[in-house]
Design a protein around this ligand. Structure first.
Ligand code: SF4
Ligand code: FES
Length: 357
């Protein structure tokens, strides 16, 4: 084993390999000590250093040179030194800077969470709840873009993009065939396909999973359901293109959406192919392993029920009697008309597709 060096983050010391970044060292400790990351992605080379949400204070540079670093640093891009001391949530400067970053990210990001398919699993939404202010000081019009069609499966909402570059690196490194990128600069910078080319690579659907906000969403899932009404289960199939290990988002027997499985940092565990993601929407296409383990403290964890609810717990106390019938809403798909399967509609669902009862 190579020599380990020690770094202390928020008064917790951890031994890591030389070359480890502060963010990775903090992830080894876990919990609140870990700075949020909107652009860094451990599986994408070159990612990080764009959004500044991971800023931390280095109060002691190293054992050899204990001087503090003069400015806050991006923890995703700064390697640790032996004896380094770092402050994350214990630094008022960091918390203040992070609140400023959230405010800046929200200057142009529309507050359309009620109609955004990413709501409930959006990293910017989580970040705003934790570090954001209740109001904005910005009085000017938000930056807006013309709608652009980037292909049959992926919906681009440029107004919501925070220019983290994750999707660009994904297309570049995963598909080996980069067809989109950030065009123009400054206030005009936008994700776009060059010469209107459709993103049709077998693995391009993964850009949806890496996008921290609702700028890239799944056209086959748009406006079909809210993510917290669906139940995530791990499933696999024998796929000739990818590992076939996915997460199904189900309601009743309907598979509403297929995504890659994500770890507790919200990063994809294994990339999946477009066929698994967009075409396999029947429960019979999959071998279901069981409820997914959701570690994120996001609202998607609310849709995670293992086993059947037990009425004896707290309900009699709350409602004053034993309930006659108790149903897990995730096992019942009673919102659509009997003859309509929302997940199979070609396009968004409309009010006429829902049961009015
Ligand atoms: S579309 Fe999403 S993943 Fe791509 S740069 Fe914008 S925010 Fe990042
Ligand atoms: S996660 Fe470090 S700068 Fe974005």
């Amino acid at each position: 084993m190579s020599e380990q060096i020690k770094v202390t983050i928020d008064n917790i010391t951890v031994a890591v390999a030389p070359g480890t970044t502060i963010l990775q060292a903090a992830r080894q400790i876990g919990g609140e000590v870990t700075p949020p990351a909107m652009c860094y992605y451990s599986k994408l080379e070159g990612s990080g250093g764009k959004c500044r949400t991971c800023l931390v204070e280095v109060s002691k540079g190293s054992e050899k040179d204990p001087r503090p670093m003069p400015k806050l640093v991006a923890s995703c891009r700064t390697p640790v030194s032996d004896g380094m001391e770092v402050k994350n949530i214990t630094s008022p400067k960091v918390l203040d800077a992070r609140a400023g970053i959230v405010e800046m990210l929200l200057i142009n990001h529309p507050l359309d969470c009620p109609v955004c398919d990413q709501a409930g699993e959006c990293h910017l939404q989580d970040l705003s709840y934790e570090h954001g202010a209740s109001g904005t000081r910005y009085e000017f019009d938000r930056r807006t873009f013309e709608k652009e069609d980037i292909g049959p499966y992926i919906q681009l909402h440029m107004n919501r993009c925070i220019l983290c570059y994750r999707c660009v690196y994904t297309a570049d490194q995963l598909t080996g065939k980069r067809e989109h990128g950030v065009l123009d600069r400054g206030d005009h910078a936008a994700i776009s396909t060059c010469i209107g080319k459709a993103l049709d690579n077998d693995f391009i659907g993964n850009v949806i999973d890496v996008c921290p906000v609702g700028a890239l969403t799944d056209k086959t899932f748009r406006f079909k359901n809210r993510v917290w009404f669906t139940k995530p289960v791990d499933a696999h199939r024998d796929c000739p293109t990818c590992s076939g290990k996915t997460r199904l988002w189900m309601r009743g027997d309907e598979v509403y959406r297929v995504t890659a499985r994500k770890d507790k940092w919200g990063e994809v565990e294994e990339w999946i192919c477009n066929t698994c993601r967009f075409d396999k929407k029947q429960a019979s296409d999959w071998t279901i392993e069981g409820p997914s383990k959701i570690d994120r403290h996001s609202v998607i964890a609310q849709g995670h029920y293992e086993g059947v609810l037990k009425p004896q717990n707290f309900l009699p106390e709350v409602i004053g009697r034993n309930p006659k019938l108790l149903m897990n809403i995730h096992d019942v798909s009673g919102v659509n008309k009997n003859d309509i399967e929302l997940s199979k509609l070609n396009g968004p669902a409309h009010s006429s597709d829902f049961d009015k009862k």
